[in-house]
Write a protein that binds this ligand. Structure first.
Ligand SMILES: Nc1ncnc2c1ncn2[C@@H]1O[C@H](COP(=O)(O)OP(=O)(O)O)[C@@H](O)[C@H]1O
Ligand SMILES: CC(=O)OP(=O)(O)O
Ligand SMILES: [Mg+2]
Length: 409
């Protein structure tokens, strides 16, 4: 690889987190070092691109014709970056792609065939997959020939046992791809690596990591390998999220679609956009607003979130035959001591105890001296994992797995 710079895009449900990396030569190959950080906010109209850290803080807001905003905003961003960097030295653009299903178990360099396969999974992640694809296509138009790579959220969970992946549905559906996949894998990969670096003794055990952001999930790892996760076939399962419902009785869906005569788009909008913290509180999807509110509905939404996160931690501990430590990460996990305390109180029966002061300070090790389980806070960095995986994919590692027989494109 000849380039010295790498751009990463982490397309979430509503924002895209951007990373700018320099590729340093190390003893074990090229190592990405972050030199810039930014964000594209799809919720804003006009679209906005912001570089918040790096050589130049800039903020681009463009009123472009509908449908052309992304190309225009990216083109402007590349032009601003070229003031400081030789963009001919750009090795690649690396993307987070949420769903790889059974099609991708390692990062890939995106070609036409990979793009078509990624697109075929859009129905499984309607909130996320289109955002990543939009970016891939826009970059291909703007800088034809520039290599692009994809890193998959689902790939980290490839180590889950077949039993754990199974829904209690007819076998043919499992074989056709209707099974648990798990998400937020780039975040869990980062957490596994960081915990190994800082506390190898803890990372070698059974660790339940809770990625609590706008999207939220939990994953149990043994020696850094995923064994089970709360999200499953889609990004709706598991714990309640900012606007997503988490696990729900499928009978409730049958009722809404059948007896109540609601249409599919209406139900999809309900589950993805109007549920979770927003739906239960009726106030806000942002946990900060709910913590600041004195309304009973706000408290109830947060209590439900804590109850369900703690419950899922206990379920995952069962998969691993026990749990040695908990790790909190992402927006809520990293920054909200009150939420961590509410969750840990519900796990007191497991011997989980917090040190009040360390928890309030968002310290790394927040367990009290008498806690029977470790409790840690780690800041996740999905972009760092995308960058490392891009380097690996460009070096020739990682290719699509051939044995998928899931939903047809
Ligand atoms: N600095 C912060 N202090 C307190 N809460 C935060 C902070 N940053 C994010 N959060 C909370 O985390 C949630 C969003 O998490 P984040 O990981 O940024 O989401 P995502 O990447 O999924 O969009 C929100 O509920 C927000 O209230
Ligand atoms: C998988 C998922 O829910 O991602 P995010 O938290 O970025 O929305
Ligand atoms: Mg996220």
């Amino acid at each position: 690889m000849d380039g010295k710079l790498l751009v990463t895009f982490n397309a979430g449900s509503s924002t895209v987190k951007i990373g700018l990396f320099a590729l340093d030569a190390g003893a074990d190959g090229l190592r990405p070092r972050r030199i810039g950080k930014g964000m594209i906010d799809f919720r804003r109209a006009p679209l906005r691109f912001e570089l918040t850290e790096g050589p130049d803080h800039f903020d681009i807001e463009l009123a472009a014709p509908a449908g052309e905003e992304l190309d225009e905003v990216l083109s402007e961003a590349f032009s601003r970056l070229s003031w400081h960097f030789d963009l001919d030295a750009l090795a690649a653009v690396g993307h987070r792609v949420v769903h790889g299903a059974g099609l991708f178990t390692a990062p890939v360099v995106i070609d036409a065939a990979a793009l078509a396969r990624i697109d075929s999974l859009t129905p499984l992640a309607p909130l996320h997959q289109p955002q990543a694809l939009k970016l891939v296509r826009a970059i291909a138009r703007l800088r034809p020939g520039l290599r692009q790579t994809a890193s998959f959220d689902t790939a980290f969970h490839a180590t889950n046992a077949d039993l754990t992946r199974r829904f209690a549905l007819p076998r043919a559906l499992h074989d056709a791809g209707v099974r648990r996949y798990g998400f937020h894998g780039l975040s869990y990969a980062f957490i596994a690596g960081e915990l190994t670096r800082r506390r190898p003794d803890v990372a070698a055990g059974r660790v339940v990591a809770a990625h609590l952001g706008s999207g939220a999930s939990l994953c149990v790892m043994e020696n850094g390998l995923s064994r089970d996760s709360s999200m499953s076939f889609s990004t709706l399962d598991g714990v309640p999220m900012a606007t997503r419902c988490g696990a729900l009785d499928p009978g409730a869906l049958l009722y809404l679609l059948g007896q109540k005569g609601q249409g599919l788009p209406q139900v999809e909008d309900l589950l993805y956009h109007r549920s979770g913290l927003l739906g239960v509180s009726g106030i806000s999807a942002d946990s900060r607003d709910l913590l600041a509110s004195d309304r009973a509905e706000a408290r109830e939404a947060l209590e439900l979130f804590a109850l369900r996160v703690a419950g899922e931690a206990a379920r995952l501990a069962t998969t691993a035959g026990g749990v040695d430590a908990l790790v909190f990460t992402a927006g809520i996990g990293e920054h909200q001591p009150q939420m961590r305390a509410m969750i840990c109180e519900r796990l007191a029966w497991l011997g989980v105890r917090l040190d009040v002061e360390k928890n309030a300070a968002n310290a790394f090790d927040i367990a009290s001296a008498d806690s029977q389980r470790g409790v840690f806070v780690l800041a996740t960095d999905e972009e760092q994992v995308i960058a490392r995986e891009a380097v690996a994919a460009l070096a020739g590692a990682g290719s699509p797995s051939p044995e998928w027989n899931g939903p047809a494109p």
